[in-house]
Design a protein around this ligand. Sequence first.
Ligand code: GLC
Length: 421
Amino acid sequence: MELKQQAIEVLRTNNRNGYTVPTATGLYPAQWNWDSCFTALGLAQFDPPRAVVELETLFDGQWLDGMVPQILFRGDDSSYFPNASVWQAGPTGRSSGITQPLVAATVVRRLFEHSPEPAIRQRLIALVPKLLAWHRWCYRARDPHGTGLVSIIHPWESGMDNSPVWDDALNAVEPGPSVAHLRKDTGFAAADQRPTAPEYDRYINLVIRFRDVGYRLDRLYDISPFRAADIGFNAILQRANQDLLFLLAVSSDAAGATEIAVMERATGDAILRCWHAEDGFFYSVDARSGAVIRKPGIGGLLPLFADAAIAARYPRLVQRLESWLNDVTFAVPSFDPRRLEFEPRRYWRGPVWLIANWMLIDGLRRNGRPDLAERIRCDSLALVERAGFAEYFDPLTGEPLGGSRFSWTAAMYLHLSADTE
Ligand code: GLC
C-alpha cells in the first residue's frame, strides 16, 4: 500500500468517535491537546470536516477559566498512569489539570486559509472566542506579574517532557513516594526510550500538589515548586498570538484584537531578551530563581517559528542549527548533539520528532531559508519511508522509537508530503 494511504489508515485506526488517540497501542488512551492540533493538519489532507471535529472536540474540554487541558480522558483510561482517577481534575473529573503548548490558533488559521468551503470556515471561526479565552487564561494564570513570558508549572506542559532543559529545576522538586510500580508506559515502550524513575516520581509529586489545591488558577503558579519560562512554549504562544490576531480580524472582534496585540508585543520583546549573546542561543529561564537555563534544547530554535526576522537578526542561531545537522544523519535532533546530556534514543533528550520539524520548516521558510526548510522536510519524509510512523526517531540511525503507528507522525507525513511551497 502506498505510504500516504498507510498514513490515512493509521489516522482511521486511531479515530475514536470525534477525537484521535495518539496511538492505538494503549500507551496514550485519551485525547492529547497538541497531538489533536497537529493531527488535524493531517486529517485536513483527506477529510477536512473531520479535521474541524478534532479541534471542536478538544475545545469541548475547555475549563470554565479558559484552560484547555493537556489530556481529555474520554474512554477506558486504565492502561495509562496517571489517569483520570489520579488527576481528579476539572469540572467533570475527566481531564488532567495542566495545559500544553498553545498551537491551536496556528492550526485553526491554517485550516481556515486552506478551506474555501464556507461551512468549514464558519465552524473554525466559531472556535475563535474559545481560543481567545485560552490565551487570556495563559497570561492571567502563568504570567501574573506581567513579564511577557509565561511559565509552565510542569515539564509535561512543555510537551517536551524529559528534555535536559528541565533537569535542574525538576531535581529541585521533592520526589515524593516512588511510583515506579504504577507506571504503565514502560509496558508499551522500551524503558531506555522513556523518562527515568526519578523523573516520574517528581512528575507525579507535582500532580499531587496541584490536586491538593484543587487546581485553583490563583494558587497553582505560587505553590508550584517547578516554574519555568520555557522558550519553546513562549515561541509557540507568540506565533499563536499572531495567528489569533488574524482570526480576530476575520471575526471583527476589535476588542479581542486590542487585548491580544498588547500580549503579542510584550511576548515578542520578552523572547528577544532570552537571547544569550555569549552562547548564541535562546534559552529558557528558571522562573523561581531567575536563572538562565543554559541548555540548548530544540525549544531554543522555535523563536524562528514566532518571528520572521530572527534569522536576519541572529544569524548565529541558524548557524547553530546547521551545525547540529552536521552532527546527525537525520534532522532535527531535539537536543544539541554535542552536549553530554544528548541521548539519541531517549524521548526528548535527542530523538527527532516530526512535529518539531514542522514548526522549524514553517519558521525557516518565513525567515527566508527555504533551502534549510526543504532539507528538514526531506529528512522527515525519509524517516517515515524507512522506519514507519514511529512516535520519534534516532537522529543518528533513523531507527523508529517509542510507540508505533503514531497519529501525529502520520499526520505530519501527510501534511509535509503535500506541503512543498
Ligand atoms: C508525551 C509527549 C507529549 C505528547 C504526549 C502524547 O507526553 O512528550 O508531547 O503530547 O506524549 O503523544
